[in-house]
Design a protein around this ligand. Structure first.
Ligand SMILES: C[S@@+](CC[C@H](N)C(=O)[O-])C[C@H]1O[C@@H](n2cnc3c(N)ncnc32)[C@H](O)[C@@H]1O
Length: 444
C-alpha cells in the first residue's frame, strides 16, 4: 500500500520532463496497482512483484510504484536519467548529505566548462544560464568530483549530489522546459541566483524495502528486457521525434564534465547523442516488435498517445502477437509542445495492457471498461452525500453502489482494485476518478 506519506514524498519529485507521467499517476495507478498486488507472481521476490520501468526518464514512475513492488528495475539510455532515478530510488537523504549540500551551495562561482559552453561568457553566445549561475554550477560540479575522489562522499552520496545539481540546474535554465534551445532574453527564473537543493529529502525510514533490491541500468529497454524477467513491465517510450539526448544533452554534459566532448550548434548539442529507433517513423514499429518479443513478463504495459508516430491499431497488433489479452485504457491529457511556452489542447493518453496469462481476444474486440459514472459509498458518509449531490446538481446520471460500512467485503474489493482507500469512490468509464475532492475538481 502506498501510504499518504510516501505519496507526498514521491509527488515532491518536481522535475519538468518531456513525457513525464507525474500528473498521470492516478490513471496509471488504477491499472498498475492491482497487478503489482496480485498473488502469486512467478518472479516474486520477498515482499512482492518485480516491477520494470524500462524507459525511466525522470524516475517518477519507478519511485511511485516502488512501495508496491518487491524489486524495481529501472532503465534508460540517458546518463542524467539514471543518475536522478538512482538517487530517488536508492539513496536516502541523511544529515551528512544535508551538510554536503550546504557546503557545496556556499561555494563561490568559478568559471569552468558550463560557463564556457552554455553562458554568454567570453565570446560564447549561448544563454542557457547567466554567467554568475554557470560559474556556481561549475564550482559545485568540480567540488563534487573532489569530494568523490577524496572519499569525503561515497559513490552513492556523490551520485545524490550530482542528481541534486542536475535538477537544480533545470530550475535556473533559461529555457521553456527542456534544454534544447535557450530564450533570447533571460527569464526571471533564470536570473534568480543558483541554489543547490537536494533532489529529495526522504530519510531512510521512508524508503520501501524494494529500494534495497532495486537496480538502475543505463542501457536500452531492449537490453534491460533481455537481462531480467519481470512480473509487471512498464514501457513509456518516446512517442515523437524528440531525441532526449538532444533535449537534455546539457545535463549529460554537466554529469560527464568532459572537456573533450564536442558541443556544437546554437543549441550546444553534445556530439554523438543517442538517437533511438522509437522516435523514428521508419524504425519505430519494428523496434517495438523486437522489444515486445524480448520481454519476459506476465503483464506488459505501454504508455503511448494519440500524437505518437505508431498508430493505435499497429500497437494493438504488435502487442497481441505475443499472445494474451490486450486491453486499452485511455485518459485525456494536456498536450505538451516542445519549445512552446504553453500546453495546447488535449491528447488522448493510451495505456495498453497485455496480460499474457489471460486467454487472448481478437484485436478490435478488446473488452471495454463499463461506461458512465459509478459511485461506491456509504449513504451516511457526508463526503458520499456531497459527491452524489454534486452529480445530481450537474445533471449527471450515475450508478450508485451502497455499502453498509467501511468493512463491507464488497467495498474492500473495490478499494483494493482501485487503490482508493476511502469513500466515496468515483469511477468514470471504468477508471478511478477519485473521491469527493477529485470529483469536485473535475466538475469545476
Ligand atoms: C516518455 S520518456 C519517459 C518518461 C518517464 N516515464 C517519466 O515519467 O519521467 C521516454 C524516455 O525513454 C528514454 N529512451 C529513449 N530511447 C530509449 C531506449 N532505446 N531504451 C531505453 N530508454 C530510452 C529517454 O531517454 C526518455 O527518458
Amino acid at each position: 500500500m502506498i501510504s499518504s506519506k510516501q505519496k507526498k514524498s514521491t509527488s515532491r519529485i518536481q522535475m519538468r520532463y518531456l513525457g513525464s507521467k507525474r500528473t498521470m499517476m492516478p490513471f496509471l495507478e488504477g491499472v498498475l496497482r492491482p497487478l503489482l498486488l496480485q498473488q502469486p507472481q512467478p518472479q516474486q521476490h520477498p515482499g512482492g512483484a518485480v516491477f520494470g520501468d524500462l524507459f525511466a526518464g525522470s524516475g517518477a514512475v519507478a519511485c511511485h510504484f516502488a512501495p508496491l513492488a518487491g524489486r524495481v528495475v529501472a532503465s534508460d539510455v540517458e546518463g542524467y536519467s539514471c543518475c536522478i532515478t538512482r538517487a530517488l530510488l536508492q539513496v536516502p537523504f541523511t544529515p551528512r548529505l544535508q551538510r554536503l549540500v550546504r557546503a557545496l551551495d556556499a561555494l563561490p562561482g568559478a568559471a569552468g566548462l558550463v560557463t564556457a559552453r552554455y553562458s554568454p561568457h567570453r565570446g560564447c553566445q549561448r544563454m542557457f544560464f547567466t554567467v554568475a549561475n554557470a560559474m556556481r554550477i561549475d564550482a559545485v560540479r568540480a567540488a563534487i568530483e573532489v569530494m568523490r575522489a577524496s572519499g569525503e562522499a561515497s559513490a552513492a552520496e556523490a551520485g545524490f549530489l550530482l542528481a541534486s545539481l542536475l535538477v537544480s540546474c533545470m530550475r535556473v535554465a533559461n529555457t521553456s522546459g527542456h534544454l534544447r534551445t535557450y530564450l533570447k532574453a533571460f527569464l526571471a527564473s533564470a536570473l534568480q541566483p543558483f541554489k543547490l537543493t537536494p533532489v529529495h529529502q526522504r530519510p531512510r525510514a521512508e524508503f520501501p524495502p524494494s529500494a534495497r533490491r532495486s537496480a538502475v541500468l543505463q542501457t536500452t529497454a531492449l537490453e534491460a528486457a533481455r537481462r531480467h524477467a519481470y512480473d509487471v513491465a512498464y514501457l513509456d517510450p518516446p512517442y515523437t521525434r524528440s531525441h532526449y539526448g538532444a533535449y537534455y544533452g546539457i545535463l549529460n554534459y554537466v554529469l560527464a564534465y568532459d572537456a573533450t566532448a564536442e558541443v556544437y550548434g546554437t543549441g550546444g548539442a553534445v556530439r554523438g547523442y543517442y538517437k533511438g529507433p522509437y522516435g523514428i517513423r521508419a524504425t519505430a514499429a519494428a523496434a517495438f516488435e523486437e522489444l515486445f518479443g524480448a520481454i519476459r513478463a506476465r503483464h506488459v504495459l505501454v504508455s503511448y498517445n494519440s500524437d505518437g508516430i505508431v498508430p493505435k491499431e499497429t500497437m494493438l497488433r504488435l502487442l497481441a502477437a505475443g499472445g494474451g489479452r490486450v486491453v486499452l485504457h485511455t485518459a485525456p491529457n494536456r498536450r505538451y509542445v516542445p519549445g512552446a511556452q504553453v500546453t495546447q489542447k488535449h491528447v488522448t493518453e493510451w495505456l495498453f495492457h497485455v496480460d499474457r496469462a489471460a486467454p487472448s481476444v481478437p484485436v478490435g474486440k478488446t473488452p471495454k471498461p463499463a461506461r458512465g459514472w459509478v459511485v461506491h459509498g456509504i449513504a451516511s458518509c457526508p463526503y458520499t452525500r456531497e459527491a452524489r449531490a454534486l452529480l445530481r446538481a450537474k445533471g449527471i446520471a450515475y450508478t450508485w453502489h451502497a455499502h453498509k460500512n467501511s468493512s463491507d467485503p464488497a467495498l474492500r474489493k473495490v478499494k483494493d482494485a482501485t487503490g482508493h482507500p476511502t469513500v466515496p469512490i468515483v469511477l468514470r468509464d471504468g477508471r478511478l476518478l477519485g473521491g469527493y475532492r477529485e470529483l469536485a475538481a473535475a466538475l469545476g
